[in-house]
Write a protein that binds this ligand. Structure first.
Ligand SMILES: Cc1cc2nc3c(=O)[nH]c(=O)nc-3n(C[C@H](O)[C@H](O)[C@H](O)COP(=O)(O)OP(=O)(O)OC[C@H]3O[C@@H](n4cnc5c(N)ncnc54)[C@H](O)[C@@H]3O)c2cc1C
Length: 454
């Protein structure tokens, strides 16, 4: 029988368990394997109650485009197929979760609802509303962090150096193998299979940002993980800062959409012979990524300049009136119309492929700070572009990455400069010392940009 560590979970309301089907409201973790929320719901359902997996499809989601919806829905199609194969029901509800889920819970006479931990505001608001409205327990399980975000620390951590020892201390306990979900013999109500064609045709999202060439779904995510581990992990520590080497895992979209458990990747990586690649990957995947969840969980205004540390706000204010060498609008940036061939190449990489290399994201965002009218405006532009074009956008990592670049979050003060004050500075010369800038520019020239913008 499945047993799940209760420290991964949190009861979001005070309701009593009732007889009836258990609902797993799938949200951040869109997969069948290695999913603590689904496993906990399975444990609660036992051999007595049906388990119904529900996904609420919001007609529009904070600026998500067809690029994101297409990837997500094609992943969910595979989720439904795999769940039905194991004997579980899958229901796609159309509408925002806080509107459609409570009614469904009442309709099926559910005994409990389990869902995924997610520190982002809209999810927290939905969960709070739903928790109040339903008369059965709403349980949140953290399937995104190896060491659950609510467990690792009760406060916003200062930076990687303060959260790292906490995570490392708890990793041996939490980095455990997942139990198998297994099949069920309990008969459900027999919900009809989802009409995916109808779902796709009913979408009302921005289609000007088209899907990219990235295979969606759990199976593709596992293939990508295996390929990274067998071919690139050994040299990850060396290659990850060279945007031309393509030496990183390229798994962030799979993590963002929950098609791959970060804990699965961590388990498979630590099973490899130890070395600098393993160490560096765990630092990014576990420490840095979980630091982002910690920040958003304890900082409700995680996408605003107000959430920056005091020293950073002070230095940015002192340099607010500094003359900018260039001042671009959102549209200039979006259409890669700056004077810098390197910056334009970064933007093109993101627009064309849905992915910008991590080192370039830092440079790209810092230049937006340098060439915008104000830090507030720069942050707004960084977040808007990142969320619109990156396959892994609208993620805690994105908000923290933007704030790190523009406003010193999780960083320290550096030598003072115009506009930046003591926020860390980056420039083209630094890039040239690290990698072949001309090769990067040649690769990401604007040749096919129009296709995506028309
Ligand atoms: C301005 C800016 C915006 C960013 N926007 C996003 C975003 O929207 N979504 C997103 O997932 N990441 C974002 N990042 C963090 C990082 O750049 C990406 O996670 C990484 O480039 C994804 O590529 P990869 O999977 O090949 O990374 P790898 O180098 O293979 O790293 C493995 C995993 O570790 C995590 N990771 C890596 N770098 C970081 C980091 N700096 N902070 C937190 N976690 C990290 C990611 O989950 C990543 O998939 C942003 C960084 C900056 C500076």
């Amino acid at each position: 029988m499945i047993k799940v560590d209760r420290r991964r979970g949190c009861l979001l309301n005070q309701a009593e368990f009732a007889d009836g089907p258990v609902i797993y409201w799938m949200s951040r973790e869109q997969r069948v394997r290695d999913n603590w929320g689904l496993l906990h719901a399975r444990e609660l359902a036992g051999d007595k109650y049906p388990l119904i997996v529900v996904f609420c499809l919001a007609p529009a989601f904070v600026g998500a485009t067809m690029r994101h919806y297409d990837f997500m829905l094609r992943g969910l199609q595979q989720v439904e197929r795999d769940l039905r194969f194991l004997g579980y029901e899958f229901v796609l509800l159309s509408g925002a979760a806080d509107k459609v889920l409570p009614e469904f819970v009442r309709e099926v006479g559910a005994g409990a609802v389990v869902t995924d931990f997610d520190p982002l505001r809209i999810k927290q608001q939905w969960q709070a509303g739903i928790g109040q409205e339903i008369e059965v327990p709403l349980i949140e399980m953290d399937g995104h962090n190896v060491v659950p975000a609510r467990f690792v620390s009760g406060k916003r951590e200062y930076g990687a150096r303060t959260i790292r020892p906490k995570i490392h201390r708890l990793m041996p306990e939490f980095l455990e193998e997942f139990p198998a979900l297994g099949t069920t013999q309990v008969k459900g109500a027999g919900f009809p299979a989802t009409d995916w064609e109808q779902v796709f045709s009913s979408l009302r999202v921005d289609e000007t940002v088209s899907p990219v060439d990235l295979a969606p779904g759990e199976a593709a995510a596992h293939t990508a993980l295996d390929e990274f581990i067998s071919k690139r992990l050994v040299k990850y520590a060396e290659d990850r800062n060279d945007p031309n080497a393509e030496g990183t895992s390229r798994l962030s979209a799979y993590y963002h959409f929950g098609q791959l458990a970060p804990q699965r990747a961590a388990l498979n990586v630590v099973a490899c012979p130890s070395g600098p690649g393993v160490e560096a990957y765990i630092e990014e995947l576990v420490i840095r990524r979980e630091l982002s969840d910690n920040f958003c969980l304890h900082t409700p205004n995680y996408d605003s300049l107000d959430s920056a540390p005091e020293w950073a706000l002070k230095t940015l204010a002192e340099h607010a009136a500094d003359l900018r060498d260039y001042a671009y609008s959102y549209e200039d940036f979006e259409q890669a119309r700056t004077h810098s061939a390197l910056w334009n190449a970064c933007q093109n990489q993101m627009v064309q492929s849905g992915f910008m290399h991590g080192y370039m994201r830092m440079y790209w965002a810092k230049k937006i700070l340098e060439w915008s009218a104000s830090p507030e405006e720069a942050l707004r532009i960084v977040i808007a572009l990142n969320d619109r074009f990156e396959m892994d956008g609208r993620d805690p990592n994105g908000y923290v990455g933007a704030l790190w670049s523009v406003a010193g979050v999780h960083d320290r003060g550096w030598k003072k400069r115009p506009v930046f004050g003591s926020i860390r500075y980056m420039n083209d010369r630094g890039c040239r010392r690290k990698f072949d800038v001309d090769a990067y520019i040649a690769k990401w020239s604007p040749r096919s940009l129009m296709r995506y913008m028309s």
